[in-house]
Design a protein around this ligand. Sequence first.
Ligand code: SAM
Length: 212
Amino acid sequence: MMSNTGENQAQAEKIKGYYRFQSGIYDLTRWSFLFGRSAILKALPFAYEEPFHLLEVGCGTGRNLALAAKLFPEAKLTGMDVSADMLALASKRTKHQKRTILLEQPYESQYYSWTNKLDVILFSYSLTMINPQWRSLIAQAYKDLRPGGIIAVVDFHDSQVPAFKNHMANHHVRMDGHLLPELEAHFYSEYQEVKTAYRGLWQYVLYVGRKV
Ligand SMILES: C[S@@+](CC[C@H](N)C(=O)[O-])C[C@H]1O[C@@H](n2cnc3c(N)ncnc32)[C@H](O)[C@@H]1O
């Protein structure tokens, strides 16, 4: 059996390889299927309680960090990702955002110790790609949030079309309705919605939970 660190490294290497090419077409293509990314930021109950510190785990090309900077001009924003190719694009996109920092590393306990607990942790289409560690990342988010802090997740939920699930598995995405029960087990649910895409080809989930 692989150790946690070995598993994390293997996952990170696989993803880095995947995004070496995909980073070049990411922003051109993902708007057509990564639904709910703006909606999850707009659903944050922190909008009028600035300043706060938001971490996005798997920030990719910085699309959400750029929108968060507009929505929450006082917020401190941290983006974390394992892919240097994705982060290079995020860095270009956020270079004028003074309160944004980017970290190239996987999200796991031994890598980072926050000086202060976080107010918001966002996972936008990252958890379904972090296999098999997605469960320990949710537990880590619980530890890193302050009491009353918010976890916000938007991601693929499930599909009743096996061929589509297989196709997504080939792109490192697991969609088995597995995230929602684990989120509900850790957090007090403030908002959750499962929506359908392309006439039911798949469902995606929006979840906002509070650490109590
Ligand atoms: C589908 S993209 C989502 C990017 C962005 N959040 C968005 O909504 O456009 C998934 C991102 O998660 C990152 N990722 C995958 N595994 C990770 C890990 N263990 N730690 C941090 N980031 C990871 C990938 O490199 C990729 O940039």
